[in-house]
Ligand binder design. Structure first.
Ligand SMILES: [Zn+2]
Length: 190
C-alpha cells in the first residue's frame, strides 16, 4: 500500500522518498530476506545468571574438598603427639580442616558475588545501549534506490553493513546544517 509515501522522509542521497521504507516495516513484511536479516532489530542483552543453589552446592563441595586436603596434610606433617584424638585424627588437624572449610566457603561465595556484581554492571550498560539502539532502529529508514539507511533528519546515507555502528553510536548523527562550524580545538594539553 503506497498510501503513506508522502509521510516518509526523503532519502538524503537521492532526495526522493518513493523508494524509502521504514526498516521496522521492511523487517516485519519480509522477515526471511537477506536485507531484513542485515537490518534486524538490535538484540536485547541477556541478564546475568542469578546466584542460587548451584553456587552454594559448588562452594560446599569445594570447601569440603579443601578441608579434607588440609586435614590430611596437617595430619601427615604434624609432629604433635597423638594424645588428643578426634574421629581418629589429631584435633589440631580437625581444627585446620574446619578453618579451611570456613575460609574457602566464604571465599568462593565472595568470588561469585563479585562476579555477579560485575556481570550485572555490564548488563545494565549493555541494556542502556540496547534501549537507545532500539529507539533509533524504530526511526530507521531504508532507501532501495541508494541501498542505504538513514535516521529522520540525518543528512548522509549510511551503508547497510554499517547499520550497527549507526545504531550503537554514542551520539546520534547531527544534521550538518544545525551544528555550527566549530573552530579546531588544538593546543590544549601537551
Ligand atoms: Zn536514495
Amino acid at each position: 500500500m503506497p498510501a503513506d509515501v508522502t509521510s516518509l522522509p526523503a532519502c538524503p542521497q537521492c532526495g526522493q522518498n518513493d523508494m524509502v521504507r521504514r526498516v521496522s516495516d521492511l523487517v516485519q513484511e519480509e522477515p526471511g530476506s537477506p536485507l531484513a536479516q542485515r537490518l534486524a532489530a538490535p538484540r536485547s542483552p541477556q541478564p546475568a545468571a542469578v546466584m542460587g543453589c548451584a553456587t552454594s552446592f559448588f562452594a560446599t563441595m569445594v570447601s569440603i574438598g579443601a578441608a579434607i586436603f588440609a586435614t590430611g596434610l596437617t595430619e601427615l606433617t604434624s609432629s604433635a603427639p597423638r594424645t588428643s584424638l578426634l574421629f581418629g585424627v589429631r584435633d589440631t588437624s580437625v581444627f585446620t580442616g574446619i578453618i579451611t572449610f570456613l575460609f574457602v566457603f566464604v571465599g568462593v561465595h565472595a568470588m561469585f558475588v563479585w562476579r555477579q556484581a560485575r556481570a550485572s554492571r555490564y548488563f545494565r550498560r549493555a541494556f542502556v545501549a540496547w534501549h537507545r539502539a532500539s529507539e533509533r532502529w524504530q526511526q530507521l529508514h531504508y532507501c532501495a534506490r541508494c541501498d542505504g539507511v538513514f535516521l529522520s533528519g540525518q543528512t548522509s546515507l549510511t551503508p547497510v553493513d554499517q547499520v550497527r555502528m549507526l545504531l550503537y553510536a554514542r551520539r546520534p548523527p547531527q544534521p550538518a546544517a544545525a551544528s555550527p562550524a566549530k573552530a579546531p580545538q588544538s593546543g590544549e594539553g601537551g
